[in-house]
Design a protein around this ligand. Structure first.
Ligand SMILES: [Zn+2]
Length: 270
């Protein structure tokens, strides 16, 4: 599943290929994704110039004058820019033909992705209640400590809560807790300020390293079609069940928390 670094890498890859391009036509090949693609998009987007592409949590926002096209990759989505004459694949559900004979295409075999629209000053409910961006100044030494008070859930589920901070997915939650030497089983409301301070630093480091690694694999972005190149960066704990810890002589253990796999070292994470 694409996590925040993959989405940010997608944004960076798309930016030089689509910004300032005019949309010549809009093609909806499969309306029913996670939600229905609004059918007014053809009318709304045609002949408009793409001003900007930004990201909020795992949503990509493509700005035209009067609003934003909001895209989410879901479980298996990917976006590419290719020549408009390239044949479409089975799972291409949406296409914007641009004024330089290229096309932005949305590919999604499992169709949990979404393509939505929001007018200026009418923020979608989906985006309204999101917590701070992990790499922003709003996510600081105090953020986690303050929002954790009175909460009884474990610290891993807590940092994966989009109302607390966005974009800390399952893999990056395990990796950040390992780097911060914090047990994923710790109760969030009873974790000290200094631990949260160090965890905040680790979340920022893990995510920015992942984004920077992703940047280097993007050279042929405009040709990437179909299968997304999700990162296979070196992970310290995730997926390493039964293997030796990279920091001590402990063994990495896998547990289930909220039906999701958590990997950690019981010896050096407390
Ligand atoms: Zn260890």
């Amino acid at each position: 599943m694409p996590e925040l670094p993959e989405v940010e890498t997608t944004r960076r890859g798309l930016e030089p290929l689509i910004v300032n391009r005019k949309i010549l036509s809009v093609h909806i090949y499969k309306k029913k994704l996670r939600w229905e693609i609004p059918s007014h998009l053809s009318k709304t987007l045609t002949n408009k110039v793409i001003k900007k592409i930004s990201r909020r949590a795992k949503y990509l926002l493509i700005d035209i004058d009067d609003g934003q096209l909001v895209m989410h990759l879901g479980m298996s989505g990917s976006i590419s820019v290719t020549s408009s004459v390239e044949p479409l694949k089975k799972h291409h559900h949406f296409e914007l033909k641009l004024d330089n004979s290229s096309s932005l295409r949305f590919h999604d075999p499992r169709r949990f992705g979404s393509i939505l629209w929001q007018k200026n000053n009418e923020e979608l409910t989906l985006l309204k209640n999101l917590g701070p961006e992990p790499l922003s100044k709003e996510f600081n030494d105090d953020s986690l400590f303050i929002s954790s008070r009175g909460k009884s859930k474990n610290i891993k589920d807590f940092i994966m809560d989009n109302n607390v901070v966005v974009g800390v997915g399952n893999i990056y939650a395990s990796e950040s807790l390992f780097l911060a030497k914090i047990s994923p089983k710790r109760e969030s409301g009873k974790t000290s300020k200094s631990r949260y301070k160090s965890l905040t630093k680790c979340v920022k480091k893990i995510l920015s390293d992942a984004i920077n690694n992703g940047g280097t694999t993007l050279n042929d972005f405009s040709n990437v079609d179909g299968e997304p190149g999700y990162f296979s960066q070196i992970l310290s704990v995730y997926g390493r069940n039964g293997k030796p810890c990279k920091r001590c002589d402990g063994i990495i253990t896998r547990i289930l928390q909220n039906q999701r796999a958590t990997y950690y070292c019981p010896k050096c994470q407390h």
